[in-house]
Design a protein around this ligand. Sequence first.
Ligand SMILES: C[S@@+](CC[C@H](N)C(=O)[O-])C[C@H]1O[C@@H](n2cnc3c(N)ncnc32)[C@H](O)[C@@H]1O
Length: 331
Amino acid sequence: MTRKFDHSLWDKAKSNKKDEFYTQLIDIERELSNYKKHFYGKTVFCNCDDIKNSNFFKYFVQNFKTLGLKKLICACYKDTTLFSSEQGYYYEYIGTDTIEPDMNRIIPFRGNGDFRSSESIELLRQSDIVVTNPPFSLFRDYITQLIKYDKQFLIISNVNAITYKEVYNLIKDNKVWLGINLGRGISGFIVPSDYELYGLETKINENGERIISPNNCMWLTNLDNSKRLEFIKLTKKYFGNEVDYPHYDNFDGIHVDKTKNIPADYDGAMGVPITFLHTFNPNQFEIIQFRKGNDGKDLKINGKTPFFRILIKKKNIQETDGLSSLIPSTI
Ligand SMILES: C[S@@+](CC[C@H](N)C(=O)[O-])C[C@H]1O[C@@H](n2cnc3c(N)ncnc32)[C@H](O)[C@@H]1O
């Protein structure tokens, strides 16, 4: 059920970008280079992606053969520039046609192409790995759906998503973890020229695109990557520096201000910032719980609540030279 495409509509669509963040090709290439082995023979679904402007589409088409993909499916939400109603469409690529999107081969959805719609879910069922940058405001629904349909995924989200119950429970249970790049490791997003830039780092890239760098985004995945099994080198000591590690009022554990200050010689519970998850190796640490003390309320130090903490504990400790060294477990 393909349809003939009027190219003047495509031009209109390109110039009529919504107030949204579009991912740069360079950031996709940088992250995806760590997961190549996962893609061989797989169907990839980018379910929040308009092929007219999606660099996820571009990346997978350009790398289709190198990755050994079986199929790429992109689904676009509410393309009012192509359709008179708020209709969406999808596009399937199997490596045989030109790498430029062939708009004559788009397949209109009956509905708007919402990732939660039955039409989009049918495509999700046919897919192995979902890769995209979904709408931040619907992130809870988005990740819940991926888990429900037992999909592998590599997606971009705001770092604050870690504080969502749905997300931190998945992280705690080792079902989801952070990708390689985070914060400044994601160089920025393309925004329309009329985007409000107040308070954000901005630049124009070599393609003339307007880039904002919110520095608060991350990749979230359930695909293994090499970094996940790297051990953090612990260089600090708790004993002798107790004043730097205050005890929580409502939890038997110490407060660690920065990940780099996690002491090597403390075996109990420690509250660390959410950025710890970027270096979290499940063979080195276990996550005890998030944010709350024993009374079910937010953690406190002398009556004050620090920003969201993750309570962790070291695994497999062996004493050497007065400091603890870490040995890998067999997990
Ligand atoms: C943050 S933008 C990212 C776009 C693209 N994935 C990229 O990375 O360049 C999120 C996209 O999700 C689309 N979107 C919004 N609500 C949606 C929904 N309910 N279902 C599917 N897509 C949606 C928006 O139109 C927008 O293009």
